[in-house]
Design a protein around this ligand. Sequence first.
Ligand SMILES: Cc1ncc(COP(=O)(O)O)c(C=O)c1O
Length: 395
Amino acid sequence: MSDLSVNFAGRMRQLRPSTIREILKVTAQPDIISFAGGLPAPELFPVEAVRAAAESVLVTTGPQALQYGPSEGYMPLREWISAEAGRRGVSAAPTDVLITSGSQQVLDLAAKLFLNPGDVVLTENPTYLAAIQAFQAFEARFVPVPTDDNGLIPDALPELIRRHRPKFLYTIPNFQNPTGITLPAERRAGLARIVAAHGLPVVEDDPYGKLRYRGTDVPPVKHWDEAGCVLYASTFSKTVAPGLRLGWVAAPAEVFSQMLILKQASDLHTSSLDQRVAYTYLIQNDQSAHIERIRSAYGARFAVMDAALQNEMPPGFSWTKPEGGMFLWVTGPAGLDGMALLRKAIEHKVAFVPGRDFFPADGGDNFLRLNFSNSAPDRIREGVRRLAALCREQM
Ligand SMILES: Cc1ncc(COP(=O)(O)O)c(C=O)c1O
């Protein structure tokens, strides 16, 4: 057999296989209680409403829906998003909105746009593991921004910017993946002020903002972005369905035009059919009622997991109490080996993601990310019981 890997590009050397993808293969088995993936609750997918929308699209505009479309996206959907962004405190004209194949594509396009090999990206530490992969593919160097229990500390930025000359800052201010932490309003405003002073682009990734089940909404960083530094990305994955692969970014004009060229080179455009089906679904149904159902289910599931952890976990473990989103983040005692714990856990038919994958550099062995959106309450209780028993054993 030929060894084709000798022809691989140098940047492939940086890519690490994702533990989570490997785990997800195992967790697809129905007898496993999985706190691993970032999967929404499938029983809350609006299957019937999407079916009706798909039928109406195909009956009324079938040929257009099956034709190539503009790279920018389907204009009525861009208009809908622009209005929705306005309700979130983000002012973006429809022409500022680029529809992407999931918000994951925004991360890929941003990396392609900004990064030469060795360029620095500032991130939270830990951060979203598929963002690490997207940026690693363009040979990023990662510099963590100091954080505390309220997320990243904006005052640490000027020194980091001077020292490392980063190309952009990547942040997830709402119910961060993996920690569940939300950045307070005054830090968002401070962040916007500091990046404006330094002309630093920010990729603000907000897949979970609509999924708040406690507390009050905080406007995105983009809300304070008078200088036009912030690329604000969001998605329909958590509020409608991830299988649609529909995300979007509201970007400053010069970024938008370059991202558009990169998007054309990458996939020409996001599926015309999916965009029209999503748009029709959005205008035919009461979105706020649907999102309210998701919020209340996830809030209840978080409460069940939190209570089960309190009842079951041995001393030395603590965890975050997110006000929304789909994950909480467990800190174990120093010396806990998350990977070893996972191997044991899979034998006992429960899964989670060890913290290590979320740290761009080293560390993270004593952390676990637990997803609570994808399991029914009784499965959450049983899964935590098994996991806690293994934690006790390992300690
Ligand atoms: C922080 C974050 N960003 C982006 C994504 C990608 O979402 P999608 O491509 O489905 O829009 C996810 C998915 O879990 C995520 O957690």
